[in-house]
Ligand binder design. Sequence first.
Ligand SMILES: Cc1cc2nc3c(=O)[nH]c(=O)nc-3n(C[C@H](O)[C@H](O)[C@H](O)COP(=O)(O)O)c2cc1C
Length: 213
Amino acid sequence: MTEPAVVESDFFEVIGTQRAMRRLKPDPVPEEYIKKIIWAATRAPSGGNRQGWRWLVITDPESKEKIQQWYHEGWSKMTASGYGAGTNLPEAERLSNERVMKSATYLAEHMHEVPVLILACSLTGNGDITSGSSIYPAVQNLMLAARALGLGTALTTVHRGWQKEIRELFGIPESVETAALIPLGWPKGKFGSGFRKPVEDVTYWEKWGAKKA
Ligand SMILES: Cc1cc2nc3c(=O)[nH]c(=O)nc-3n(C[C@H](O)[C@H](O)[C@H](O)COP(=O)(O)O)c2cc1C
Protein backbone atom coordinates (compact mmCIF):
# COMPACT_ATOMS: atom_id res chain seq x y z
CA MET A 1 0.00 0.00 0.00
CA THR A 2 1.32 3.48 -0.87
CA GLU A 3 1.68 5.71 2.15
CA PRO A 4 2.53 9.40 2.02
CA ALA A 5 6.17 10.06 2.84
CA VAL A 6 5.24 13.03 5.00
CA VAL A 7 2.09 14.78 5.98
CA GLU A 8 2.45 18.31 4.63
CA SER A 9 1.37 20.72 7.34
CA ASP A 10 2.56 24.13 6.19
CA PHE A 11 -0.69 25.86 5.32
CA PHE A 12 0.60 28.03 2.48
CA GLU A 13 2.68 25.21 1.05
CA VAL A 14 -0.46 23.05 0.90
CA ILE A 15 -2.50 25.79 -0.81
CA GLY A 16 0.34 26.73 -3.15
CA THR A 17 0.82 23.19 -4.41
CA GLN A 18 -2.77 21.95 -4.49
CA ARG A 19 -3.75 21.62 -8.12
CA ALA A 20 -5.86 19.28 -10.20
CA MET A 21 -4.12 15.88 -10.10
CA ARG A 22 -5.77 13.72 -12.74
CA ARG A 23 -3.13 11.03 -13.24
CA LEU A 24 -3.64 8.79 -10.22
CA LYS A 25 -2.33 5.35 -9.28
CA PRO A 26 -4.86 2.53 -8.81
CA ASP A 27 -3.42 1.70 -5.35
CA PRO A 28 -6.06 1.72 -2.59
CA VAL A 29 -6.53 4.63 -0.22
CA PRO A 30 -6.85 3.65 3.47
CA GLU A 31 -10.30 4.23 4.92
CA GLU A 32 -8.95 6.41 7.72
CA TYR A 33 -7.57 8.82 5.10
CA ILE A 34 -10.94 9.00 3.37
CA LYS A 35 -12.61 9.70 6.71
CA LYS A 36 -10.00 12.31 7.59
CA ILE A 37 -10.50 14.31 4.39
CA ILE A 38 -14.27 14.13 4.75
CA TRP A 39 -13.82 15.39 8.30
CA ALA A 40 -11.91 18.35 6.83
CA ALA A 41 -14.72 18.92 4.31
CA THR A 42 -17.28 19.06 7.08
CA ARG A 43 -15.34 21.84 8.88
CA ALA A 44 -16.35 24.22 6.06
CA PRO A 45 -18.92 26.99 6.41
CA SER A 46 -22.40 26.51 4.99
CA GLY A 47 -25.40 28.83 4.63
CA GLY A 48 -27.17 28.99 8.02
CA ASN A 49 -24.81 26.19 9.11
CA ARG A 50 -27.25 23.78 7.51
CA GLN A 51 -24.45 21.41 6.47
CA GLY A 52 -26.53 20.14 3.59
CA TRP A 53 -23.74 18.01 2.21
CA ARG A 54 -23.46 14.28 1.78
CA TRP A 55 -20.35 12.47 0.59
CA LEU A 56 -20.86 9.35 -1.45
CA VAL A 57 -17.67 7.25 -1.47
CA ILE A 58 -17.49 5.02 -4.55
CA THR A 59 -14.93 2.19 -4.84
CA ASP A 60 -17.04 -0.52 -6.53
CA PRO A 61 -15.39 -1.34 -9.91
CA GLU A 62 -18.69 -1.74 -11.77
CA SER A 63 -20.01 1.59 -10.56
CA LYS A 64 -16.73 3.30 -11.47
CA GLU A 65 -16.85 1.83 -14.96
CA LYS A 66 -20.36 3.12 -15.53
CA ILE A 67 -19.34 6.56 -14.34
CA GLN A 68 -16.25 6.52 -16.55
CA GLN A 69 -18.33 5.66 -19.63
CA TRP A 70 -20.76 8.53 -19.00
CA TYR A 71 -17.98 10.92 -18.08
CA HIS A 72 -15.94 10.02 -21.16
CA GLU A 73 -18.92 10.46 -23.43
CA GLY A 74 -19.65 13.86 -21.87
CA TRP A 75 -16.06 15.00 -22.13
CA SER A 76 -15.79 13.86 -25.76
CA LYS A 77 -18.98 15.78 -26.64
CA MET A 78 -17.69 18.91 -24.92
CA THR A 79 -14.34 18.87 -26.71
CA ALA A 80 -15.98 18.02 -30.05
CA SER A 81 -18.15 21.12 -29.69
CA GLY A 82 -15.08 23.31 -29.19
CA TYR A 83 -14.68 23.37 -25.39
CA GLY A 84 -11.07 24.06 -24.42
CA ALA A 85 -9.94 24.96 -27.94
CA GLY A 86 -8.00 27.82 -26.36
CA THR A 87 -7.76 29.98 -29.46
CA ASN A 88 -6.45 33.57 -29.05
CA LEU A 89 -5.20 33.07 -25.51
CA PRO A 90 -2.00 34.76 -24.28
CA GLU A 91 0.99 32.38 -24.35
CA ALA A 92 1.02 31.42 -20.64
CA GLU A 93 -2.71 30.75 -20.64
CA ARG A 94 -2.51 28.83 -23.91
CA LEU A 95 0.12 26.51 -22.45
CA SER A 96 -1.87 26.07 -19.25
CA ASN A 97 -5.00 25.32 -21.29
CA GLU A 98 -3.12 22.73 -23.32
CA ARG A 99 -1.94 21.01 -20.13
CA VAL A 100 -5.41 21.06 -18.60
CA MET A 101 -7.00 19.62 -21.74
CA LYS A 102 -4.43 16.84 -22.00
CA SER A 103 -4.73 15.83 -18.37
CA ALA A 104 -8.55 16.15 -18.39
CA THR A 105 -8.69 13.83 -21.41
CA TYR A 106 -6.44 11.36 -19.57
CA LEU A 107 -8.83 11.43 -16.60
CA ALA A 108 -11.86 10.88 -18.86
CA GLU A 109 -10.15 7.81 -20.29
CA HIS A 110 -8.93 6.41 -16.93
CA MET A 111 -11.58 7.48 -14.40
CA HIS A 112 -12.52 3.86 -13.62
CA GLU A 113 -8.90 3.07 -12.60
CA VAL A 114 -8.92 5.71 -9.86
CA PRO A 115 -9.27 3.93 -6.48
CA VAL A 116 -11.89 6.25 -4.99
CA LEU A 117 -14.49 8.56 -6.48
CA ILE A 118 -16.22 10.91 -4.08
CA LEU A 119 -19.54 12.36 -5.14
CA ALA A 120 -20.13 15.66 -3.35
CA CYS A 121 -23.89 15.92 -2.99
CA SER A 122 -25.88 18.96 -1.97
CA LEU A 123 -29.24 18.78 -0.21
CA THR A 124 -29.67 22.55 -0.52
CA GLY A 125 -28.73 23.17 -4.12
CA ASN A 126 -32.01 23.78 -5.85
CA GLY A 127 -31.89 26.88 -7.94
CA ASP A 128 -30.37 29.31 -5.48
CA ILE A 129 -26.73 30.29 -5.85
CA THR A 130 -26.26 31.10 -2.15
CA SER A 131 -27.54 27.86 -0.66
CA GLY A 132 -26.27 25.87 -3.65
CA SER A 133 -22.76 27.25 -3.23
CA SER A 134 -22.37 25.86 0.28
CA ILE A 135 -21.00 22.60 -1.10
CA TYR A 136 -17.94 24.17 -2.75
CA PRO A 137 -16.01 25.50 0.27
CA ALA A 138 -16.39 21.97 1.68
CA VAL A 139 -15.12 20.44 -1.56
CA GLN A 140 -12.09 22.74 -1.44
CA ASN A 141 -11.42 21.77 2.20
CA LEU A 142 -11.56 18.14 1.16
CA MET A 143 -9.09 18.68 -1.68
CA LEU A 144 -6.69 20.65 0.52
CA ALA A 145 -6.77 17.95 3.20
CA ALA A 146 -6.10 15.32 0.54
CA ARG A 147 -3.11 17.37 -0.66
CA ALA A 148 -1.80 17.59 2.91
CA LEU A 149 -1.88 13.78 3.08
CA GLY A 150 -0.15 13.42 -0.29
CA LEU A 151 -3.35 12.41 -2.11
CA GLY A 152 -4.33 13.87 -5.47
CA THR A 153 -7.82 15.12 -6.40
CA ALA A 154 -9.58 17.15 -9.08
CA LEU A 155 -12.89 18.96 -8.93
CA THR A 156 -14.95 17.66 -11.85
CA THR A 157 -18.48 18.34 -13.03
CA VAL A 158 -18.86 16.61 -16.42
CA HIS A 159 -20.88 13.82 -14.74
CA ARG A 160 -23.74 16.28 -14.24
CA GLY A 161 -24.91 15.54 -17.78
CA TRP A 162 -25.77 12.06 -16.44
CA GLN A 163 -27.23 13.15 -13.14
CA LYS A 164 -30.47 11.23 -13.73
CA GLU A 165 -28.59 7.97 -14.44
CA ILE A 166 -26.23 8.57 -11.51
CA ARG A 167 -29.15 9.17 -9.15
CA GLU A 168 -30.70 5.91 -10.32
CA LEU A 169 -27.45 3.95 -9.96
CA PHE A 170 -26.84 5.02 -6.37
CA GLY A 171 -30.40 5.62 -5.14
CA ILE A 172 -29.86 9.37 -4.74
CA PRO A 173 -33.15 11.30 -4.24
CA GLU A 174 -34.20 13.64 -7.05
CA SER A 175 -34.00 16.67 -4.77
CA VAL A 176 -30.25 16.13 -4.25
CA GLU A 177 -27.72 17.77 -6.58
CA THR A 178 -24.54 15.88 -7.40
CA ALA A 179 -22.39 19.01 -7.35
CA ALA A 180 -18.94 17.54 -7.94
CA LEU A 181 -17.25 14.25 -8.66
CA ILE A 182 -13.82 14.07 -7.07
CA PRO A 183 -11.35 11.38 -8.08
CA LEU A 184 -9.03 10.58 -5.17
CA GLY A 185 -5.76 8.65 -5.24
CA TRP A 186 -2.00 8.67 -4.96
CA PRO A 187 -0.61 10.88 -7.73
CA LYS A 188 1.60 9.49 -10.47
CA GLY A 189 3.26 12.89 -10.88
CA LYS A 190 4.39 15.59 -8.48
CA PHE A 191 2.38 18.28 -6.79
CA GLY A 192 3.26 21.81 -7.87
CA SER A 193 1.81 25.22 -8.48
CA GLY A 194 -0.62 25.56 -11.36
CA PHE A 195 -0.81 28.62 -13.61
CA ARG A 196 -2.52 31.49 -11.79
CA LYS A 197 -2.80 35.17 -12.69
CA PRO A 198 -0.84 37.53 -10.42
CA VAL A 199 -2.73 39.02 -7.46
CA GLU A 200 -2.21 42.55 -8.89
CA ASP A 201 -4.09 41.59 -12.06
CA VAL A 202 -7.17 40.36 -10.28
CA THR A 203 -7.41 42.81 -7.34
CA TYR A 204 -9.08 46.21 -7.43
CA TRP A 205 -8.84 48.75 -4.63
CA GLU A 206 -11.82 50.90 -3.61
CA LYS A 207 -13.17 51.25 -7.20
CA TRP A 208 -13.77 48.70 -9.92
CA GLY A 209 -10.68 48.49 -12.13
CA ALA A 210 -8.39 50.55 -9.82
CA LYS A 211 -5.06 48.88 -9.14
CA LYS A 212 -2.28 49.83 -6.69
CA ALA A 213 0.56 51.74 -8.34
C1 LIG B 1 -16.61 24.50 -11.02
C2 LIG B 1 -15.46 23.68 -11.59
C3 LIG B 1 -15.74 22.67 -12.48
C4 LIG B 1 -14.69 21.87 -12.99
N1 LIG B 1 -14.99 20.83 -13.82
C5 LIG B 1 -14.00 20.03 -14.25
C6 LIG B 1 -14.29 18.85 -15.01
O1 LIG B 1 -15.44 18.54 -15.28
N2 LIG B 1 -13.25 18.07 -15.40
C7 LIG B 1 -11.97 18.35 -15.09
O2 LIG B 1 -11.07 17.58 -15.47
N3 LIG B 1 -11.64 19.44 -14.35
C8 LIG B 1 -12.63 20.27 -13.93
N4 LIG B 1 -12.33 21.36 -13.13
C9 LIG B 1 -10.93 21.61 -12.74
C10 LIG B 1 -10.31 22.78 -13.48
O3 LIG B 1 -10.07 22.43 -14.82
C11 LIG B 1 -9.00 23.14 -12.77
O4 LIG B 1 -9.31 23.52 -11.47
C12 LIG B 1 -8.28 24.26 -13.45
O5 LIG B 1 -7.97 23.94 -14.78
C13 LIG B 1 -6.99 24.61 -12.72
O6 LIG B 1 -6.14 23.49 -12.79
P1 LIG B 1 -4.86 23.37 -11.87
O7 LIG B 1 -5.35 23.35 -10.46
O8 LIG B 1 -4.21 22.09 -12.29
O9 LIG B 1 -4.00 24.56 -12.14
C14 LIG B 1 -13.35 22.15 -12.61
C15 LIG B 1 -13.09 23.18 -11.70
C16 LIG B 1 -14.12 23.93 -11.18
C17 LIG B 1 -13.81 25.01 -10.17
